[in-house]
Design a protein around this ligand. Structure first.
Ligand SMILES: Nc1nc2c(ncn2[C@@H]2O[C@H](COP(=O)(O)OP(=O)(O)OP(=O)(O)O)[C@@H](O)[C@H]2O)c(=O)[nH]1
Ligand SMILES: [Mg+2]
Length: 415
């Protein structure tokens, strides 16, 4: 039964590469690379080194400049000398087929970009038929424009004559045939997957219709902010929550009752920056729950230094899927973990956001959002009664608007 014994899991080592550009300063790049490292860890890799380069924009041939690529190559070589193998190099932005091909030829290790890394995690996390089908479709979507690269690779192994530009001319004929075949196989598979998803969509739509006249509330937010923890807290259910990115991939719906008011609450996939719209599209049926919700609970991790940008990313993604104008309550979670840098009394330079106390931050946001924002800790159960009260009020309001003749639920609450 040897094959069933999982051997000492082999940890893959990874190197990260990011750019500092006109639109992305050094602080931002470092934050993005922190997130990329977290993604890599979630996928099971260990990050051993980061490379950054200042460029006006990404180099269309090799992403980084020639010198930087040489530096990375040298590093991989030196590590190999020390018997430390670098398993992969991960780039923070989506790479084109051409870039991947050129970089791979130079570095000779596995090349990943942010998108393929996220897809890898999605594939690892997918549990339900729905999630699995969506991930597979997204993987093919990613692969299709990069097919040529796979083919070139095969041809190289097959010992195609010549190298570089000279070789590719003579190889054009068989290459295109092979490429066409691969393309057709993939396109067929994609249409099969799309049909399957349409079928699942239909089932889900029927399920949703049968749910009756209840207000639908959806938890949304950046990945790892605590949506599932909050779902568990409100619905007393057991949804998988973990300190990893994309712990949740499919949508869970629970009937929740606060006092005597029942409503439906859904927990769904978290959002992340630099996620290609194509990928978001693949999650259409998962996100239908958000699209059809009456109220959004937008959960924010206030202990994360980049939480304001995360709010923007979520709002933008919501607008992209056509859910921009929905009633929303902003829930700042993890207040137990909030930290700030205290300024010295005699320091007269203006306070930056790193210097704000939780109270100051709360005041700023409350002024901006009026009564639709809250500060809680789902894990430490701070302010949860307040959360329930606010959600109750809002759901009740929406319920009376939407189902005016169906207000029997509130009998106990008639004053
Ligand atoms: N300190 C602190 N940690 C929290 C709090 N709420 C959740 N967490 C932790 O944050 C991590 C992520 O929580 P999840 O509930 O899985 O987050 P999620 O938003 O569902 O994440 P994805 O499904 O991966 O997008 C877990 O380790 C939780 O224990 C909180 O109020 N305070
Ligand atoms: Mg979750």
């Amino acid at each position: 039964m040897k094959e069933f014994v999982i051997s000492e899991a082999q940890v893959e080592t990874a190197v990260l590469v990011g750019l500092i550009t006109q639109t992305q300063d050094e602080r931002k790049t470092n934050e993005y690379l922190d997130e990329l490292a977290f993604l890599a860890e979630t996928a099971g890799a260990v990050v051993v080194k980061r490379f950054t380069q200042k460029l006006p924009m990404a180099n269309s041939v090799t992403y980084v400049g020639k010198g930087k690529l040489e530096e990375i190559k040298q590093y991989i070589h030196d590590e190999a000398e020390e018997e430390r193998e670098i398993g992969m190099v991960i780039f923070d932005d989506e790479l084109s087929a051409k870039q991947i091909r050129n970089i791979e030829a130079e570095l000779k290790v596995k090349i990943l970009d942010r998108t393929s890394l996220i897809l890898d995690i999605f594939a690892m996390r997918a549990q339900t038929a729905n999630a699995k089908t969506q991930v597979e479709l997204a993987q093919y979507k990613y692969m299709l424009p990069r097919l040529q690269r796979l083919w070139t690779h095969l041809e190289r192994q097959g010992g195609g004559s010549g190298s570089g530009k000279g070789g590719s001319v003579g190889l054009r004929g068989p290459g295109e045939t092979q490429l066409e075949m691969d393309r057709r196989i993939i396109l067929n598979r994609m249409s099969l997957l799309k049909n399957r998803l349409a079928e699942i969509d239909k089932q889900k739509a029927t399920q949703r219709k049968n749910r009756g006249r209840l207000i639908r509330v959806a938890l949304v937010g950046y990945t790892n902010v605590g949506k599932s923890t909050m779902m568990n807290l409100l619905s007393k259910s057991e949804v998988f929550a973990e300190n990893k990115l994309f712990a949740t991939l499919d949508t869970t719906v629970r009937k929740v009752i606060i006092d005597n008011l029942p409503f439906l609450l859904s927990d769904t996939v978290g959002f992340i920056r630099k996620l290609p719209t194509d990928l978001v599209d693949s999650f259409k049926s998962t996100l239908d729950e958000v699209r059809e919700a009456d109220l959004l609970l937008h959960v924010v991790d206030i202990s994360h230094p980049g939480f304001e940008e995360q709010i923007e990313v979520v709002n933008k993604t919501l607008a992209d899927i056509g859910s921009g104008g929905k009633p929303m309550i902003l829930i700042f979670n993890k207040i137990d973990a909030y930290t700030y840098i205290k300024k010295a009394e005699d320091d007269l330079t203006p306070k930056t956001k790193e210097n704000l106390t939780l109270e100051e931050l709360m005041r700023t946001w409350m002024a901006k959002m009026e009564d639709s924002c809250l500060f809680v800790s789902a894990r430490e159960r701070i302010n949860i009664d307040e959360l329930k009260r606010v959600v109750y009020q809002k759901v009740k309001e929406l319920h009376v608007q939407k189902y005016p003749y169906n207000d029997f639920l509130y009998q106990d609450y008639e004053e």
